[in-house]
Ligand binder design. Structure first.
Ligand code: ZN
Length: 161
């Protein structure tokens, strides 16, 4: 059994694990995404002002979307418990993440609550994918693999709506 499998198995029966839902979206990529840095495509409100007849993507960078949901279990922590040094972190990792807000959360895991399988949060879009936890929506900002291939820690940023 790998460390990751062991961690997932632990998450599935741990009282510390919380339930959440991952929403991922697929659809047609909006042309506003390609209007800026092609190496880092991002939503452009300016492009939509310049092209008022184009289909509105409402900040998602996608239109005609289909939503898929995945039931998740993870351990979720507030930024303050990160800083208290309970969890081994390094300066390089924190500087990579940048500024942390009080409403941000860190999640450790992550496992599919139904199948028990590891859920890879890396590569999820900051624009159109999100996690719903405790009635709040969170963007997945940074995902870092834990040492020893034990899973991942993801930095979540609270969304306005
Ligand atoms: Zn757009």
């Amino acid at each position: 059994m790998t460390y990751k499998e062991r961690f997932c198995a632990w998450l599935n029966r741990s009282a510390l694990a919380e339930d959440a839902t991952l929403s991922t979206f697929t659809g047609s990529t909006c042309r506003c995404m390609a209007s800026r840095d092609t190496n880092n495509p991002s939503f452009s409100a300016q492009w939509h002002r310049d092209n008022p007849s184009a289909t509105a993507c409402n900040g998602l960078g996608l239109y005609s979307t289909t939503e898929a949901t995945t039931p998740l279990s993870f351990v979720i922590t507030e930024p303050i418990s990160m800083i208290s040094g309970n969890i081994p972190i390094n300066k390089e990792w924190l500087s990579q993440i940048g500024e942390i807000q009080k409403t941000d959360r860190f999640v450790w895991g992550t496992v599919n609550r139904t199948s028990g399988a590891f859920v890879d949060l890396s590569g999820k879009s900051e624009y159109h994918d999100y996690i719903t936890y405790d009635s709040n929506k969170y963007l997945i900002r940074d995902v870092t693999d834990l040492p020893g291939d034990a899973g991942q820690v993801a930095h979540l940023v609270r969304r306005e709506s």
